[in-house]
Design a protein around this ligand. Structure first.
Ligand code: PMP
Length: 383
């Protein structure tokens, strides 16, 4: 029996003890050499996570939405055309942001649980040009991984800037910023990176930096990339007091990411996702998300007949596991299970055991044992 609540929502995710300890350390000066070194390490770790040698990382106090805003406000002017490729709630958020900044938006929306076909993006691009195209790697509302590499390849040799929301992917799914031609990867640490929430993280391409310079004065101060640039190049400089402990935590989280190794980490995410899904299928759950678009970072699972959403999540919480409710068309019909960051097989087993027990509490007849066997078969696979 687990002795603490296991937070299996799609972010924030469980935080490793080493990372928690960095948060509890005394808050030092933002100019202290150990802090400057940690900030530098976090920036470098983020750049390597995006697999770019010359990309410009930015990490500042904030959150995923600030990252999204920062990319937009530094790369796009009011009145510019922006193509938004959306497969759910967070894709739509990019449309709202672009509208808030006075952009002319064209939104390509998929049905929830599916992704926009690259052919649709191609068609939109053949009909005109845009300043930027926004895309969501994994939409946390639907559990859908979009074919972002395909979208990006359509932008090769074109002027549109590729803005990729990696909030629910970075650290759990490969994101080859340089090879794919991503101009701004916008993300946050509280999901697959495994640190607590509290910072905005953006990785800009050289082309994006040039475009920012071409814009001159923009209607932003805290979110102005050019004002932060001196700090990102030399973290001993001051612009606005950094969140010292949170940066230590992000540095520790990125150190864990690189110690594990990117390829190993991404394979672990795929393996744990498959194990959980095998276990849930054995318990009678079915996937809300289309089978060919399942994200390695979270699952949206439809309830077996007779299981009521509120009662299930309450029973599960009393068994020590917290999951999230469905959104949009999945509301009341499905729950959302995060499986990213620094979790392992122990969390998979604990989650399936608790879900099996919660179903029994509600009078269902499913056997937890079959779920554990199904999951174990996947966990035991080599590779
Ligand atoms: N994009 C995606 C895909 C997300 O899942 C989230 C948060 N759940 C955000 C953006 C916004 O991040 P934040 O809540 O940190 O502002």
């Amino acid at each position: 029996m687990i002795d603490e609540t296991l937070t299996m929502i799609p972010g924030p995710t469980p935080v490793h003890r080493r990372i928690l300890e960095s948060l509890a350390a005394p808050t030092v000066s933002h100019l202290a050499p150990e802090f400057v070194a940690a900030y530098r390490g976090a920036l470098d770790g983020f750049r390597r996570l995006g697999r770019t040698s010359d990309g410009q990382p930015v990490i500042i106090a904030g959150g995923g939405t600030l990252s999204m805003e920062m990319a937009l406000v530094n790369l796009v002017r009011p009145g510019d055309k922006v193509l938004v490729v959306s497969q759910g709630y967070f894709g739509d958020r990019y449309a709202e942001l672009a509208e808030a900044f006075g952009c002319e938006t064209r939104v390509l929306r998929s049905e929830w649980g599916r992704a926009v076909a690259p052919e649709e993006v191609e068609k939109a691009l053949s009909g005109g040009s845009f300043r930027a195209v926004t895309m969501t790697h994994v939409d946390t509302s639907t559990g859908t991984e979009a074919p972002v590499e395909d979208y990006c390849s359509l932008l090769e040799d074109r002027d549109e800037l590729a803005i990729l929301d990696g909030v629910c992917a970075t650290g759990g799914i490969d994101e080859r910023v340089e090879d794919w031609g991503v101009d701004a990867l916008v993300t946050a640490p509280q999901k697959a990176i495994g640190a607590p929430p509290g910072v905005a993280m953006c990785l800009f391409s050289r082309r994006a930096l040039e475009r920012r310079r071409e814009l001159g004065r923009i209607a932003a101060y805290y979110a102005d990339l050019l004002r932060w640039l001196p700090v990102m190049e030399d973290p001993s400089r001051y612009y606005s007091t950094p969140c010292v402990n949170e940066i230590f935590a992000v540095a520790a989280a990125l150190d864990i990411v690189h110690r594990e190794g990117l390829d190993v980490r991404f394979a672990r995410h795929r393996r744990l996702a498959a194990a959980l899904r095998a276990g849930l299928a054995a318990l009678g759950f079915t996937s809300f998300t289309a089978a060919d678009r399942l994200a390695p970072t979270l699952s949206v699972q439809l309830y077996p007949d007779g299981i009521e959403d509120g009662a299930f999540r309450t029973a599960l919480a009393s068994r020590g596991v917290v999951v999230a409710g469905g959104l949009g068309p999945a509301a009341g019909r499905a729950f959302r299970l995060g499986h990213m960051g620094n979790i392992g097989a122990a969390e998979v087993v604990a989650t399936l055991e608790a879900i099996g027990a919660a179903l029994s509490d509600l009078g269902a007849e499913q056997e937890t044992g079959v779920a554990l066997t199904a999951a174990a078969a996947v966990l035991g696979e080599v590779g």
